[in-house]
Design a protein around this ligand. Structure first.
Ligand code: HEM
Length: 551
């Protein structure tokens, strides 16, 4: 009755109040006190000043004022979903990783797809690398495969990462262009870094404008190790192969989609999952030993190189299914913290200098982005297996260890003494390291053009046309001619026809190519696995999306 009177009073006053009742719970402050009026601040008289005493107003505004956290320094724009990984068959002969011990077992997973260069509010169809980060909540801890949709990277050593990212993001004086490669700074840097040429070929290809997240591959990029129960290890490269096939759009389609619907990739994933059309990827492994590594023409620690699937076939070991969107974008997709260092017993790193640097970077940046060291307490980041340690306190500590002892060794009885070491827990492969301490790059990393050429010649004629058009378009935006010349000079080492075409498109003479650090291998065979048109069951590359473009 009292509620009804209030409702009537309010109606008379013409104000909009939505009153609790039925299935609508009462609104409260964050301390739980019921709120009677969320429309008006507390004032001295009807037209008087707002009172300091108005704790509801102050709490509400205070919280709103602090809603933003720093966006990721790279991969700021992303979209995540939950799902599971299903192991096909036990792989105990290769790895002791718990996730690979039982065929048919499902492990919960969270995946975040992203673009790299653009800010949080940028468009989905930028010409860019896509992040493909997977968190597997295994029974022996969280294992993150923090990968991309392109199997190689721009740089060989993590010390160049800040330079790369500065160059690719908006210029510091004018703050444009955003989320585009059409950029003097980007091409200036790239043209001075021959090691980036292989990745540049991928970025200028249709791979860099996927039709949606559902139609792209994922790669762990680095070489990792699989370690079996006896401690023996083999090298491994991780691949995610989309069951939907591999599809891209053309550049004119990407431009039109960005204008019509900058959230195209988000909407696509949301619609697919909400309608029960769950996307799937198979996890593939390229497994090889030291003997292969020694005879392979490139260094397996060099992240600018692939291992062709024709040389080491991809073995399918399980499938990833995304079947549930997040309940809350910020809580899950924004706060999820992937880290290359999150590995589990049975998996190990290699000495790839890019991977080694990443293993430092992720925790460091997340400490700042997520406001302290306790982001593992957030549900999306917490392991789903039992965990016990003595890490305590810090901002927002929610799951402090509960025992009498918070140190070890200790002599407290079992109930109070807390966890103990597990000798069968994670152990690093005892790889021998030797050599003088030095800032250097191995000579085995010096061939920058052979695989760039191999990628280009593996493309169909249509895809090659797209690459030449992309290079002409991008470089035509570059103001300084010497940057264009330097870049086309590198193309001369990759493919003569491509270099000619791009030089002609830019209306410039063919420049003198730079002296390569190492002569490219002349006869590297094409790899059919690298072409989208040859690879996907129904590729859109080179065709119109129809639904969006009319001519
Ligand atoms: C974020 C992949 C190289 C530093 C990311 C994300 C992905 C990714 C997928 C987004 C994670 C998410 O969705 O939250 C890669 C790949 C690389 C690479 C595949 C090369 C093979 C590097 C290097 C560094 C680095 C060399 C630094 C030395 C970062 C940082 C973030 C990030 C700081 C933001 C993380 C956060 O705020 O949570 N990377 N990355 N990355 N990456 Fe990388």
């Amino acid at each position: 009755d009292k509620r009804k009177d209030i409702r009537d009073d309010i109606r008379d006053g013409g104000e909009i109040h939505q009153i609790a009742g039925g299935g609508r719970p009462p609104m409260t402050t964050s301390q739980g006190a019921p709120v009677s009026d969320d429309q008006n601040s507390l004032k001295q008289g009807a037209r008087g000043p707002t009172l300091m005493e108005d704790f509801h107003f102050r709490e509400k505004i205070f919280h709103f004022d602090h809603e933003r956290i720093p966006e990721r320094v790279v991969h700021a724009r992303g979209y995540g979903a939950h799902g599971y990984f299903e192991t096909y068959e036990p792989l105990s002969d290769l790895t002791s990783a718990d996730i690979f011990q039982r065929g048919g077992e499902k492990t919960p997973a969270f995946v975040r797809f992203s673009t790299v260069a653009g800010s949080k509010g940028s468009v989905d169809l930028a010409r860019d690398v896509r992040g493909f980060a997977v968190k597997l909540y295994t029974r022996e801890g969280n294992w993150d495969i923090v990968g991309n949709n392109i199997p190689v990277f721009f740089i060989q050593d993590a010390i160049k990462f800040p330079d790369l990212v500065h160059a690719v993001k908006e210029a510091p004086d004018r703050a444009f262009p955003q989320a585009q490669t059409a950029h003097d700074n980007f091409w200036d840097f790239i043209s001075l870094m021959p090691e980036s040429m292989h990745m540049v070929m991928w970025i200028m290809s249709d791979r860099a404008i996927p039709r949606s997240f559902r139609f792209m591959e994922g790669f762990g990029v680095h070489t990792f190790r699989l370690v079996d129960a006896a401690g023996a290890s083999r090298f491994v490269k991780f691949h995610w192969k989309p069951r939907q096939g591999l599809q891209s759009v053309t550049w004119p389609e990407a431009v039109a989609i960005n204008g019509a619907d900058p959230d195209f990739h988000r909407r696509d994933l949301w619609d697919a999952i909400q309608s029960g059309d769950y996307p799937e990827w198979e996890l593939g492994m390229q497994i090889f030993d030291d003997a292969f590594a020694d005879r392979f023409a490139f260094d397996i620690l060099d992240a600018t190189k692939i291992i062709p699937e024709e040389e080491v076939p991809v073995r399918k070991v399980g499938r990833l299914v995304l079947d549930r969107m997040v309940d809350n974008f910020f809580a899950e997709t924004e706060q999820v913290a992937f880290h290359t260092g999150n590995i589990v017993p049975g998996i190990d790193f290699t000495d790839d200098p890019l991977l080694q640097g990443r293993n430092f970077s992720y925790l460091d940046t997340q400490l700042k982005r997520l406001g302290g060291p306790n982001f593992t307490h957030l549900p999306v980041n917490a392991p789903k297996c039992p965990f016990h340690h003595f890490q305590q306190d810090g901002h927002m500590a929610m799951t402090n260890p509960v025992s009498r002892a918070n140190y070890e060794p200790n002599s407290w009885p079992e109930a109070e003494g807390g966890p103990r070491e597990e000798p069968l827990g994670f152990q690093s492969v005892p790889v021998e390291a030797k050599g003088a301490k030095q800032r250097t790059r191995s000579e085995t990393f010096a061939d920058h053009y052979s695989q760039a050429r191999q990628f280009y010649v593996s493309q169909t004629p249509t895809e090659r046309e797209h690459m030449a058009a992309a290079l002409i378009f991008e470089l035509s935006k570059v103001q300084r001619p010497e940057i264009r010349e330097r870049l086309v000079g590198h193309l001369c080492h990759i493919d003569d026809t491509l270099a000619d075409k791009v030089a002609e498109g830019l209306g410039m003479a063919l420049p003198t190519p730079p002296t390569p650090a190492r002569e490219p291998i002349a006869d590297l065979p094409p790899s059919p696995a690298l072409s989208i048109l040859e690879n996907g069951p129904a590729s859109f590359a080179g065709r119109k999306l129809g639904i969006l473009l009319t001519d």
